[in-house]
Design a binder for this molecule. Sequence first.
Ligand SMILES: NC(=O)c1ccc[n+]([C@@H]2O[C@H](COP(=O)([O-])OP(=O)(O)OC[C@H]3O[C@@H](n4cnc5c(N)ncnc54)[C@H](OP(=O)(O)O)[C@@H]3O)[C@@H](O)[C@H]2O)c1
Length: 298
Amino acid sequence: MTDGAASTAPAGSTVTVLGLGEMGTALVGAFLDGGHPTTVWNRTPEKADALVAKGAQRAANVRDAVAAGSLVVVSVKGNENARALLESAGDALDGRAVVNLTDGTSAEAKAVAEWAESRGVAYLHGQIMTIAPGVGSPETVVFYGGERAVYDRHRAALDLLGGRGSLIAADAGVPALYGMAVHGTMWGALNGFLHAAALLSSEGIEVKEFLEQAGPSVSALLGSFPMIADEVDRGEYATPYGALQHHLPSAEDLVRESRARGINAEFPGFTVGLVIRALEEGHAEDSYARLIEHFRRP
Ligand SMILES: NC(=O)c1ccc[n+]([C@@H]2O[C@H](COP(=O)([O-])OP(=O)(O)OC[C@H]3O[C@@H](n4cnc5c(N)ncnc54)[C@H](OP(=O)(O)O)[C@@H]3O)[C@@H](O)[C@H]2O)c1
């Protein structure tokens, strides 16, 4: 690594952003607002126009763009494209630190990190946990993976993207996993909520009205996650109350209610299937977290 020095990059250090889609454009805005001279490049050059008007420097090609920034941030579609762009910069990458904020699988992120390492380029992979308008918010979470010295050196600039950024692992693939874990949880919860909304609206109940009453119950769900996490981490599922056998009647009621109203019962039906299988396997007295075994199977 050529950027391994633990010293901090000076305030207002030069930044380059490759990729000016919805996300890249927001990233540039945050760097400019934070006082960093920012050079930009995009495959379709016109997308830089508005940013140039705000004070960004336009580079004619990737190589010039990379040469202009001590910190090079990449945000494009797909890590194959991210890597190809970086490769095309050639020796302009020497002495630069790359932060790749391009989404993909953990293996794809690691492949770019391994390429960077083989090339002697300081590298972090980042998973930004917001849509573009959330970039720069003090509440925005960004997961970074890579070398601590690189993160520390560029932390001031990176914190402009999201106030809740953190280095979570030395492994550049882990941020993608964290991101997927959040999204997977989100989609599970959203699907459950939308099914519930279909159920309520079939009775003419406004979903907002439901939330006014049931909000605390729904919010309490998040409070159960630390206990589930602990059980899964320990692999112990004994519980004195709320065991799997007690979930089955309620889940079956939900399926019956849905069918009776002509509402898609696939989502609660999936839950019923999981619980029945666990009961058949002898886990009736275990907590809900026992169902992790289903998700661990291929
Ligand atoms: N948008 C969000 O809210 C959001 C949120 C979290 C994470 N992300 C992630 O941020 C990254 C960028 O997303 P985005 O929303 O900004 O995407 P986008 O608006 O669809 O823009 C895609 C960007 O990738 C560039 N690109 C695509 N193929 C390329 C290639 N072969 N070579 C060079 N550049 C190429 C595009 O260049 P052209 O302009 O020339 O087409 C454009 O700059 C993705 O990994 C996305 O998953 C986005």
